[in-house]
Design a binder for this molecule. Structure first.
Ligand SMILES: [Ca+2]
Ligand SMILES: [Ca+2]
Ligand SMILES: [Ca+2]
Length: 429
């Protein structure tokens, strides 16, 4: 008796069921054109300039020389005038020789009387600074052209000034550049000129979110239905996107991500999905943390090495409704890549009615009849397939199975080794 019980348990182990999901009939949540924002949670300071384009060349009095910083947005300059403290009341910038898209489009001006301890190519945050002005700039498309001096409302004296350029004209700029920067102690470019070739000048780049994407590789390309277009973020890990589906509140239960055209090392392999019902206030290429977010699910992804291809659909448990979602890439496949990229992304509604789940497999006392119980949408037709290796599913055990609520089917199990079973929607359905 004991031996026969043992044998039955062994046979049961050989019967393994797999739940299989319908790939069709699920409701997509995201539509082309839905508002989407690129972000990266990481911040970094990335000041650097070519050897012949250093910050002192912005105050050398020559429009033929320029200061260029590859830090782009939020790059700038700290100037300590050689003659001592001054009251800055107006300033002007002269455009450099080429690439108008690199011209600053806005400026924030600060002053301090502290000794400058920030070093060259730092974040320029080693001192406490007084904010004097934040202004848009409208530099000429013409090159080597000085702008009309702009007034700054200020009556305080400072020994050093910091100019930060939050935005460039763009698009597609790889740097920020100016030929000259001058300031005066009276309004309208009058009075004593404050900056000169003998001043100390430092290149800076304020700590900025790492998020950045090429012109034609923004996050909106994830929803255009084309695997030939992609979203690429140079922020790599911890970059992602925030989407606010136009269909309104939804309950997400799965997603499909597709690989892009090249470099499988850039494929996301770790992910987190968050939801919120708050208004989205994160700016483009911000840190994506300006709203209250609830973690819905996280996990590993197995994108195919094949290009332009969909990764297996990822299902997760979620019953909560959200108006916006945040998808975060926690890990990238390769360690040497400069970015992460994917070509398409879709969220699907959590429709449990669309799932087929094997809930039980049992064997009778004699071991000659097996019974499978499964849960699936009623009214459909299903077929039972078996495989010995999980690869070849060519063996049809039964077709045309009907389900009302819980589907139950009994059959003669094969003898011998391990066999896997799965139930799929009948293709003739
Ligand atoms: Ca110059
Ligand atoms: Ca696309
Ligand atoms: Ca990052």
């Amino acid at each position: 008796m004991k031996a026969s019980t043992q044998a039955r348990r062994l046979s049961l182990l050989f019967l393994m069921g797999l739940g299989v999901f319908r790939s069709a009939g699920q409701t997509p949540i995201i539509a082309a054109g839905d508002p989407v924002i690129a972000f990266d949670e990481d911040t970094a300071s990335n000041s650097s300039y070519p050897g012949g384009e250093s910050p002192n060349l912005a105050i050398d009095g020559s429009t033929a020389t320029k200061y260029l910083n590859f830090g782009r947005e939020n790059s700038g300059i700290i100037i300590t005038p050689a003659f001592g403290p001054s009251v800055l009341r107006s300033f002007a910038i002269t455009t450099a020789n080429d690439a108008p898209e690199r011209d600053p489009a806005s400026v924030i001006i600060y002053g301090t009387n502290e000794t400058i301890v920030s070093i060259d190519n730092s974040a320029g945050a080693g001192e406490s600074w007084t904010r004097l002005a934040e202004l848009p700039l409208a530099l000429s498309i013409d090159r080597f052209m000085a702008m009309t001096p702009v007034d700054v409302t200020n009556n305080e004296s400072f020994s050093s000034y910091k100019f930060v350029f939050p935005t460039m004209k763009g698009p597609g700029h790889n740097s920020m550049q100016i030929a000259e920067l001058q300031a005066w102690d009276e309004s309208n470019g009058q009075g004593q000129a404050i900056f000169g070739p003998a001043d100390s000048a430092l290149a800076i780049h304020e700590s900025t979110p790492e998020s950045s994407f090429p012109l034609a590789e923004g996050p909106d390309y994830l929803f255009d239905g084309l695997t030939s277009t992609k979203y690429l973020n140079f922020g790599r890990e911890n970059s992602g996107f925030i989407v606010s589906p136009s269909i309104g509140p939804s309950v997400a239960g799965s997603f499909i991500l597709s690989t892009a055209n090249d470099f499988e090392g850039r494929d996301p392999v770790g992910w987190k999905l968050f939801g919120t019902n708050a208004e989205i206030v994160t700016e483009s290429n911000g840190t994506g943390q300006d709203e209250p977010w609830t973690l819905i699910a996280e996990g590993r992804l197995e994108p195919p090495i094949e290009r332009f291809a969909a990764a297996p659909q990822v299902f997760f448990e979620n019953a909560a409704s959200y108006t916006s979602y945040k998808f975060l890439v926690t890990e990238v496949r390769g360690s040497l890549e400069n970015s992460t990229q994917y070509s398409e992304f879709q969220l699907f509604g959590a429709e449990t009615a669309g799932r087929i789940v094997i809930s039980a497999i049992s064997l009778d006392q004699q071991g000659n009849e097996a019974t499978i119980t499964w849960d699936a949408p009623s009214g459909g037709l299903y077929q039972l397939e078996s495989s010995v290796d999980l690869i070849d599913w060519g063996n049809l055990v039964a077709t045309g199975l009907q389900v009302e609520n819980d589907g139950v089917f009994s059959f003669q199990p094969p003898t011998g080794g391990k066999v896997f079973y799965r139930i799929v929607a009948d293709s003739g359905n």
